[in-house]
Design a protein around this ligand. Structure first.
Ligand SMILES: Nc1ncnc2c1ncn2[C@@H]1O[C@H](COP(=O)(O)OP(=O)(O)OP(=O)(O)O)[C@@H](O)[C@H]1O
Length: 255
């Protein structure tokens, strides 16, 4: 395999005084689609946040495209969709403005050229929101918000796409759009790391699964078969966006 697009080696991280990652090894090769799975609190989001520099590592190394993360500057090569928040963060912005912000890294001094405007239009088309381009993001549903965040990540045409629970709290129509968008990205060779709580509709796209438990890698290999998502014992993932009384999803992978 050529040099990995992403490599975490022996990564440890603490949040507050609490050890959250306890020696993680995770590599993603060019063109691979890797799912990062695990129970609530196992450290999935923290692991991807070490990659983008939101969480410092206390031991081990993180490399992006063969460069240590601390020296990595070429952020246009990476698209990141955070765990779901509102796209605007309370700022009154239109769909186009939010998506355009993802293109800044490809511009010189923030000046948009024809190709940049075309890329914004194209990524809005990809996620099925071309007709909402001028709307304030506040006027969108949760699933549509998520599509805006994905369009923002895609607009710089990243080589590596990292998505933290892209399907969380997303309506069925948006899930289908997201799955189709992701299929297209994978077909054009984009490398993808997805934090998921279950493989769900994205299962056919996944090459490899890495399962975390308590900040350690429990499994790294073929995606475990989703046998009766709700049927197997010992599973303890409660979705963060589920109502408080929702039953935990059971996949048998994540206990
Ligand atoms: N800012 C913080 N300060 C202290 N502890 C934190 C902080 N953020 C997260 N944690 C803890 O770190 C652990 C790992 O959290 P993380 O969000 O990485 O898990 P996760 O596997 O992504 O879970 P989920 O599926 O619930 O999103 C959890 O126990 C969480 O409570």
């Amino acid at each position: 395999m050529s040099e990995p697009v992403l490599a975490l080696r022996g990564v440890r991280a603490e949040l507050g005084a609490r050890p959250v990652l306890r020696g993680i090894d995770l590599t993603v090769g060019r063109g691979e689609v890797v799912a990062l799975l695990g129970a609530n609190g196992s450290g999935k989001s923290t692991a991807v946040r070490t990659v983008i520099g939101q969480v410092p590592v206390s031991a081990g190394t993180v490399e992006l495209f063969g460069t240590p993360r601390a020296r990595f500057r070429d952020w246009a090569r990476l698209g990141y969709v955070p765990q779901r928040t509102t796209a605007a963060g309370g700022v009154p912005a239109t769909v186009t403005e939010v998506v355009s912000s993802g293109r800044l890294s490809r511009t010189r001094f923030g000046v948009f050229r024809k190709a940049d405007h075309a890329a914004v239009r194209h990524s809005l088309e990809l996620v099925g929101l071309a007709d909402r381009a001028r709307d304030p993001v506040d006027a969108l549903s949760g699933g549509q918000h998520q599509r805006v965040l994905i369009a923002r990540a895609l607009v710089a045409e990243p080589e590596l796409l990292i998505m933290d629970e892209p399907m969380a709290g997303v309506d069925l129509a948006s899930q289908e759009v997201l799955a189709a968008t992701l299929r297209e990205q994978v077909a054009r060779g984009t490398t993808v790391l997805l934090v998921l709580h279950e493989l769900g509709p994205l299962e056919p796209l996944i090459d490899r699964a890495v399962v975390l438990r308590d900040g350690c890698v429990l499994h790294d290999g073929p995606p475990p078969r989703a046998v009766g998502q709700h049927a197997l014992p010992g599973h303890d993932h409660v979705h963060p966006h589920s109502p408080a009384d929702a039953h935990p999803l059971r996949t048998g992978l994540l206990s």
